[in-house]
Design a protein around this ligand. Structure first.
Ligand SMILES: NC(=O)c1ccc[n+]([C@@H]2O[C@H](COP(=O)([O-])OP(=O)(O)OC[C@H]3O[C@@H](n4cnc5c(N)ncnc54)[C@H](OP(=O)(O)O)[C@@H]3O)[C@@H](O)[C@H]2O)c1
Length: 274
């Protein structure tokens, strides 16, 4: 067991927050295993990290929504004699639109990636993480703190991540396993295009974070052993205040913001953006 190569397993490492998390871990001396569907992007990131003089990360192309994905990752790690000491569950996506209008299979895919894979990897590698006093970084969102008509499945999936991560952190505190839940607000990545946001919406302007700054907050919070990391004062306030707003006010408010977004009328940076 002790001879295996310890790695940070990062899902969704082909771009956005996940790629920047991988860069930070690499700069801080960690070896990596990178997961996403886009093999070429993972190979390019592995080359970039190797170019810094670090060991070249393992590249594990995998569709986390596919049946057996967790087994595939575990087998590839075992074949490379690698073992996760830090698990970064970052892969995820959402879709803009109402439940009745969106493709059912695509909506189930959100659950497969954002919940099923996150939970599957956590359960699969928990023995190794406990044995090595490892760490888990789960990427949730500020939208995990309130319901989101107009993007309902995505918001609900992140509510699972917020709840599960905090509970797991409590359960594992005696094992010295840190579980950090990172809750970014709107961040400029490939997320918006995949979700189906119009390219000209106002979220691209005032107040949006960069993936590099969000990743830095997540890394610092994980290393400090924090249970919850919400980058930015506005996002912190949102997470604490939104759950206090009566549903009769909050639901129509979020729904109308998403509606404006889907009809390309929204030119503001709203809290329903992510
Ligand atoms: N951007 C925001 O405003 C924002 C705000 C709050 C939270 N978040 C969360 O941050 C996390 C990272 O997202 P991001 O903003 O960096 O978006 P992104 O640039 O679109 O990155 C998403 C990553 O997830 C991977 N992924 C998606 N579906 C996958 C699948 N079926 N199998 C394997 N990998 C898959 C993507 O890789 P491939 O496409 O190559 O598979 C990509 O590497 C997500 O969990 C997201 O919900 C984002």
């Amino acid at each position: 067991m002790n001879e295996s190569r310890p790695v940070v397993l990062v899902t969704g490492a082909s771009g956005g927050i996940g790629a920047d998390l991988a860069r930070i871990f690499a700069r801080n001396g960690y070896d990596l295993a990178l997961v996403a569907r886009s093999k070429e992007l993972l190979e390019a990131l592995a080359d970039e990290i190797a170019g810094l003089g670090r060991p070249r990360p393992l590249v594990l192309p995998c569709d986390l929504a596919a049946a057996g994905a967790i087994d595939v990752i575990a087998e590839q790690l075992a074949a490379a004699d690698a073992v996760p000491v830090i698990l970064v569950n970052n892969a995820g996506y959402g879709l803009l639109g109402e439940v009745a209008a969106l493709d059912p299979v695509a909506q189930m895919g959100i659950i497969d990636v954002n919940i099923h894979a996150l939970l599957g990897l956590s359960l699969r590698f928990l023995p190794e993480l406990r044995a090595r006093r490892g760490k888990i970084l789960n990427v949730a969102s500020v939208v995990g703190f309130f319901p989101g008509p107009g993007m309902a499945v995505y918001y609900a999936s992140k509510a699972f991540v917020v709840s599960f991560g905090q509970a797991l952190a409590h359960e594992l505190r005696g094992d010295d396993v840190v579980v950090t839940t990172l809750c970014p607000g709107v961040t400029l990545t490939g997320f918006q295009a995949r979700a189906g946001f119009p390219t000209d919406v106002g979220i691209m302007r005032f107040g949006a974070a960069t993936s590099a700054s969000v990743a830095a907050s997540g890394y610092a919070g994980l290393m400090a052993g924090r249970r919850l990391v919400i980058p930015g004062l506005g996002n912190k306030l949102l997470c604490y205040i939104a759950p206090l707003i009566p549903s009769a006010i909050l639901l129509p408010l979020v729904a109308s913001m998403q509606k404006r977004r889907s009809t390309k009328l929204d030119r503001s940076n709203s809290f329903a953006s992510f």
